[in-house]
Design a binder for this molecule. Structure first.
Ligand code: ADP
Ligand code: MG
Length: 481
């Protein structure tokens, strides 16, 4: 190796790359081989290699060619992996290890992540006016931050079941690490937690230059295990802790019972907090109810804002369906939308699934969606999956559960042992039937505002009273069984 060339090369690179980037990523650059046509340089670990290879390769090649001539070629490799020759591995257009790449905040090195990929893929020279920014997220972009561009705030329908979670998510997106940190969203499956989480990520990416990373906790665990096995923990930490400003960790209940994952996540969590970086978590239940989750994590999770998403009511289900059809330019007759929204009450994913089945069948038969088709497709499915619940059944079930009479429940008594079951019956009726508040008012012999306040009371209690959660869950399980 010629030390003068090497020093000149590093000087040249320093003049082309921002100081902190040089310090973080290129100070550890080593030379493995120098010939008159080709240099082979190496980096200490895979994370650094991945980043440098995707973001700085062009500028590194250009520096080399400026100093040593246009014909020079450059290959990069990882120091402890001598078989990995990138020049040999990478065909034009094929991107190595894209899923591990950190997102890029550094706009002066490269204006966008997408642009960096374009450069890396095509091995073009990096000149300021070359760097193109694609407007819409490309599939590669999606891979890198793992954000799904289809989930936005705009296409999230608000209703009383999710408005608080929506508002909290919006606040976090507008002011990362400034509103609630962490934000903890919980609720049953298919109710929109992941949707909101991606919406936060997408909005933050559009409005700031913060680096966003979405991960399921399973992925966190798997990556951690493979980092431990391959002895590359520093790279793992670097990727999660340093190369990310907003961490979206989905389905965090899965880290329960996994000791090393919890340990690592605890430190990640602390580091994020101390650097004022935002964390958003989702789970199927509130932190205190996650079994085998370390106390210190429970208390950390509870340190920001915990908010739940509940089963959407009939109107919200209907609005979601209508929006879905509209966004796909599908004509969904009102009758069918109402039928589906009143029958498929368990969650939004199932509701969307029913709609998709009908749509696919209509397309296959080249006919428009109509009620006969909907009945044909959905009825057999409903028979096995859901039960039609009438208000009468709900009222009877609640009365039996609490040992009171239907007359008492509908009567005027204001004592707690009667009021609570009454409110629970109202709540369940609103959730599992398509009756409006005035309808329920007539049935419960009250005006619709007392029905509404009863329902809201239960919703509030459900967020803070485990006994209430237990009772309502048991009643629902019974009714839906
Ligand atoms: P979860 O993560 O709670 O299990 P998801 O976020 O995956 O649920 O939601 C399931 C499906 O329902 C997704 O396709 C999502 O877009 C849709 N969805 C849920 N809630 C809403 C809503 N309020 N508005 C529009 N779509 C919704
Ligand atoms: Mg989810």
């Amino acid at each position: 190796m010629n030390p003068t060339f090497w020093a000149q090369y590093l000087d040249h690179l320093k003049s082309r790359v921002r100081a902190d980037i040089y310090h973080d990523y290129l100070a550890c650059l080593n030379c493995r081989m120098m010939s008159e046509e080709r240099w082979e340089l190496c980096l200490p670990d895979r994370a650094t290699y991945n980043w440098v290879e995707s973001q700085l390769y062009s500028v590194m090649l250009e520096s080399l060619q400026t100093l040593m001539g246009e014909k020079m070629t450059l290959s990069l490799s990882i120091m402890d992996d001598s078989n990995l020759d990138i020049a040999a591995r990478t065909k034009p257009g094929q991107l190595p290890f894209e899923e591990d790449l950190p997102s890029v905040r550094d706009t002066s090195v490269c204006e966008s992540y997408e642009a960096a990929y374009v450069i890396s893929a095509e091995r073009k020279r990096m000149t300021p006016n070359y760097v193109k920014v694609q407007q819409s997220p490309s599939p590669l972009m999606r891979e890198a931050t793992k954000l799904n561009p289809d989930f936005s705030f705009d296409n999230f329908i608000k209703g009383s079941s999710n408005e608080f979670a929506y508002a909290a998510s919006k606040a976090v997106a507008n002011n990362p690490a400034g509103a609630y940190n962490p934000l903890f969203l919980y609720g049953g499956v298919g109710l929109g937690k992941t949707h909101l989480m991606h919406a936060i990520g997408n909005e933050v990416r559009q409005t700031t230059d913060l680096r966003v990373r979405y991960m399921t906790s399973e992925e966190f665990t798997n990556k951690l295990i493979s980092a431990i096995q391959s002895k590359s923990m520093p790279a793992f930490r670097e990727r999660i802790r340093r190369n990310c400003d907003l961490l979206l960790l989905d389905d965090v209940q899965f880290i329960a019972g996994k000791e090393s994952t919890q340990e690592e996540f605890f430190h990640t969590f602390n580091e994020f907090q101390s650097y004022h970086k935002q964390i958003v978590l989702t789970s199927d239940r509130p932190p205190q109810d996650i079994k085998n989750l370390e106390e210190r994590l429970k208390s950390r999770f509870a340190g920001g804002l915990i908010t739940d998403i509940q089963l959407p009511d009939y109107e919200t289900r209907l609005a979601i369906l209508r929006q879905k059809a509209e966004s796909e330019n599908v004509i969904l007759p009102d009758e069918v939308a109402q039928y589906l929204s009143s029958k498929v009450t368990s969650n939004i994913r199932e509701l969307e699934g029913s709609y998709k089945r009908i749509k696919a069948c209509a397309e296959a038969h080249k006919e428009r969606i109509n009620m006969a088709l909907a009945l044909r497709i959905i009825e057999p499915f409903l028979k096995t999956r859901t039960v039609t619940i009438s208000v009468d059944r709900i009222i009877k079930r609640v009365c039996t559960y609490y040992g009171i009479s239907v007359e008492d429940l509908k009567g005027r008594s204001r004592t707690k042992p009667i009021v609570r079951p009454r409110q629970i019956a109202m709540y369940l009726s609103r959730l599992h039937t398509n009756l409006s508040l005035p309808d329920l008012g007539r049935i419960f012999d009250r005006d619709h505002s007392s029905v509404l306040s009863g329902i809201q009371r239960i919703k509030l209690e459900l967020t803070r009273d485990p006994a209430m959660q237990y009772d309502v869950k048991r009643l629902e399980d019974d009714l839906l069984a």
